[in-house]
Write a protein that binds this ligand. Structure first.
Ligand code: GDP
Ligand code: CA
Length: 308
């Protein structure tokens, strides 16, 4: 068995997780992003962890990449009727999970224990770990002031230019024992093709977790979420530009340069390989666009083959 640890956000992270999860001979632990978490209607919602769980459990809505397949929205309609803000789309089956999580939190369970129970119950084979059991929340400064991540991402649909990012609570956050153990036992660590600034950075910003990654014996690789200078989906390219970074695979390599040993970039970005290697990093070129399951498995297998 080869122990793979994947650091992952939501949609891009879940696709890469499905790739490693589906390979024989791989024991996968995914450390997911909790900095998008927020309270809605009094319930604790953890969008990236749920996207990972639903994807690995085969419950995901494949068309949109998040949420539960075959979903209805009758509870949300009632909340709207009663005057609550309903810009965050939460389906009925999804609500069931948020009710469970909120109730378990009120009973004193940790967020990581809840995530593990949900994953196990839904039939997820891989381990879904949290970077911390503390609350860390990304905040986004735009011209109008500071927004929560979901206000920026869902309510404002990423339209305002990002002026500053903050991972509130991260300095004091303690890593979970399970995340530290997985990192120490890893044969191979991969940063998924997720948004570097709001999916991967909040995980890396947990101080002792960052130190554990630096101390790990396993090589750390990253897959670029930018292909030919563009995102597959989401605001990562615009965010990177707005914050003064290059919005391409080289910019991702520069951003990760203190953490990562090796970059995986798309075939379309072959021309950037030399500059990435000039940073002192290894570089592997593979097809990285994952639409079908076969592409997810092929990318994961390709990465492991190159790493060995
Ligand atoms: P979110 O939390 O749902 O926003 O998802 P992530 O942060 O995990 O992933 C968003 C990033 O994934 C975006 O920057 C996309 O460009 C990237 N992404 C999505 N699908 C793919 C893919 O098939 N291949 C690659 N290389 N990147 C992808
Ligand atoms: Ca996310």
């Amino acid at each position: 068995m080869i122990n793979v640890v994947l650091l992952a956000g939501g949609v891009g992270g879940a696709k890469m997780a499905e790739g490693f999860d589906g390979l024989p001979g791989v024991a996968l632990s995914v450390i997911g992003n909790i900095a998008d978490d927020a309270s809605f209607h009094g319930l604790w919602v953890s969008p990236d962890i749920d996207t990972l769980t639903y994807s690995l459990a085969g419950r995901i809505d494949r068309r949109q990449g998040w949420g539960v397949a075959d979903e209805s929205h009758r509870a949300l309609a009632v909340l709207k009727e009663l005057g609550d803000d309903t810009w965050m789309t939460l389906g009925d089956r999804d609500f069931g999970l948020h009710i469970y999580r909120s109730h378990a939190l009120a009973r004193g369970q940790s967020r990581s224990a809840i995530a593990a129970h949900v994953a196990k119950t839904f039939g997820v084979k891989s381990a879904i770990l949290l970077p911390t059991d503390d609350v860390v929340q990304t905040r986004v400064r735009v011209a109008a002031g500071w927004l929560s991540f979901q206000e920026y991402f869902v309510r404002e649909q990423c339209r305002p230019e990002v002026l500053e990012l903050e991972y509130e609570g991260v300095e004091a956050a303690k890593p979970t024992a399970a995340a530290l153990k997985a990192i120490a036992a890893a044969d191979f660590i991969v940063l998924a093709p997720s948004n570097p600034l709001v999916s991967i950075a909040p995980i890396l910003a947990v101080p002792e977790l960052r130190a554990a990654l630096a101390a790990a014996k396993a090589p750390v690789w990253a897959v670029s979420p930018l292909i030919a200078g563009k995102v597959v989906k989401g605001p990562a390219d615009r965010m990177m530009k707005a914050l003064g970074l290059r919005a391409d695979a080289l910019g991702v390599a520069e951003y990760y340069k203190d953490v990562v040993d090796h970059m995986v970039i798309d075939t379309l970005d072959m021309g950037l390989a030399e500059e990435i290697m000039a940073l002192g990093k290894g570089c592997t070129v593979l097809p990285t666009l994952m639409t079908e399951r076969a592409e997810k498995l092929a990318l994961a297998a390709g990465i492991l083959r190159m790493a060995q």
